[in-house]
Design a protein around this ligand. Structure first.
Ligand code: PHE
Length: 455
């Protein structure tokens, strides 16, 4: 009987002519591609170094387990059950009152991509520079020149064109194929770089700076909040990326296994990136440049280091290439949330939807390309605050409102995970909401602070 029902469902699903991932691995790599991006390669290690080293890493892992993975599961369940992008899937699970939350998701995707693409444009610029002429000795002046203004706008637009082209090709031929090639390449490059970095003179000091635990730091409210916000951003949660990708899955995929693999890969890349960055920084005594700002560390301290190292050009090219790969696969997922919503809500063709949504985002991004203060503000609003609001909505929807949530999460799950499901629901109901509400409060203060200091 159960089999028969599954057959019918499968048939219905197949005839609904929604795109699907070609393979299970394809889905995992696309989701890992979404998660692994600029957030891992740059923000994680600096936040960790400043926020308590190994103690921060521990806090980060705990938060991933307590709220990250449960919310990721919630998103994937809603997407797979609804077979729709955020607005439709939330309406289906919670009723029409949830449509505005779906709208928040889509807006977050739109806004995040608008400045993410500007930063990715800088990365493209640096990659070219590394490959063609080597890094300039005065990386600070160079960054000042290229980070805002016409060149920044140009590279941002170029990056958007590539992103639009991949998304236009669809789920299997575009997103899945791109991620399947790029993600393994990124892993290989990064591990190679970490091994190389361990041979440098400053390696020991670098590791110590990165990881020496300071337990008192993590009890600090803002550090705690930034760890949670970092986990959300890094895992691509709270704006429907995982939801949308899961809407292209078949019904019987094992979500708990996928969520574990995705989170582990995301953390692994973030952690290893730190093992690359800090030995380099300490080998050249650049630690003071690093503490100034996270962007400064990535775009000023590191290139400066690459410029003065014997193998700097090769290593630097590889590093920025890996960064670029991460940025592309994350950008694809951000755009896909918006494009899938346009397709589902207005019935547009993929090509038209990708071109329209992508162009709108490209134009919006010009503001961030013109002024890095605007970039910082949109990051604070969309990259942190909106994601947390989206996460709170997801925890409440799946924890309290959506009646079939449990059945959906049980589908394809291992017996062990089925036994653990009550814990997942406990986290969604009672642990995630208070933590996330605290973080929303903290990040709201941060937005006000950014406005006051920059404008
Ligand atoms: N997770 C991506 C990164 O770490 C960014 C991202 C956020 C992508 C939200 C999609 C959604 O760079």
């Amino acid at each position: 009987m159960a089999n028969f029902q599954q057959e019918i469902e499968k048939h219905q699903a197949d005839t609904m002519d929604r795109e699907v991932f070609g393979t299970r691995l394809g889905f995992v790599l696309a989701a890992v591609g979404s998660a692994v991006g600029l957030g891992n390669m740059w923000r994680f290690s600096y936040t960790a170094a400043e926020g308590g080293g190994a103690a921060f890493v521990f806090l980060y892992i705990v938060l991933t387990l307590l709220i990250g993975i449960p919310i990721m599961l919630a998103e994937m369940a809603a997407g797979r059950a609804g077979r729709l992008s955020p607005i439709g899937a939330l309406k289906k699970a919670g009723g029409p009152a949830w449509a505005p939350m779906g709208f928040v998701y889509v807006s977050a995707g739109l806004l995040i991509l608008s400045y993410y693409s500007v930063i990715a444009g800088w990365v493209v610029r640096y990659s070219f520079q590394a490959i063609t002429g080597g890094f300039p000795a005065d990386a600070g002046a160079y960054f000042g020149e290229i980070s805002a203004g016409p060149t920044a706008a140009l590279f941002h637009l170029g990056f958007m064109v590539v992103t639009i082209l991949i998304v236009t090709k669809g789920v299997e031929k575009g997103i899945e194929r791109a991620s399947s090639i790029m993600m393994p390449a990124l892993f290989v490059i990064l591990v190679g770089l970490a091994i190389w970095a361990s041979t440098l003179d400053g390696a020991g000091e670098g590791y110590a700076y990165y990881l020496t635990p300071s337990w008192s730091d993590i009890l600090d409210g803002p550090t705690f909040a930034s760890a949670a916000a970092q986990a959300f951003f890094s895992l691509s949660l709270g704006m429907g990326a995982m939801l949308t990708f899961a809407s292209y899955l078949s019904k019987d995929e094992n979500l708990n296994r996928e969520a574990a693999v995705i989170s582990l890969a995301d953390f692994g890349v973030a952690f290893i990136a730190g093992l690359v960055v800090f030995p380099i920084v300490f080998a050249l005594g650049l630690q003071n440049d690093v503490s100034e700002s996270t962007v400064g560390a990535l775009f000023i301290a590191l290139p400066g280091a690459f410029a003065s190292m014997p193998a700097g050009r090769i290593v630097g090219s590889l590093f920025f290439l890996a960064l670029l790969v991460g940025a592309v696969t994350s950008a694809i997922s951000l755009l896909e949330v918006v494009v899938a919503s346009v397709i589902d809500e207005f019935g547009w063709e993929r090509k038209k939807a990708a071109l329209a949504a992508g162009s709108l985002i490209a134009v919006l991004g010009l503001a961030s390309a013109w002024d890095t203060d605007i970039l910082g503000l949109i990051d604070a609003i969309a990259g942190e605050l909106l994601l947390m609001i989206g996460g709170l909505g997801m925890a409440i929807l799946v924890g309290y409102v959506w009646k079939d949530a449990r059945t959906e999460l049980e589908r394809g799950a291992t017996p062990l995970f089925r036994a653990l499901l009550p814990i997942v629901f406990f986290f969604l109901r009672f642990v995630a909401p208070p933590i996330v509400i605290f973080v929303i409060y903290d990040r709201l203060l941060n937005v006000l602070n950014v406005i006051q200091t920059s404008f």
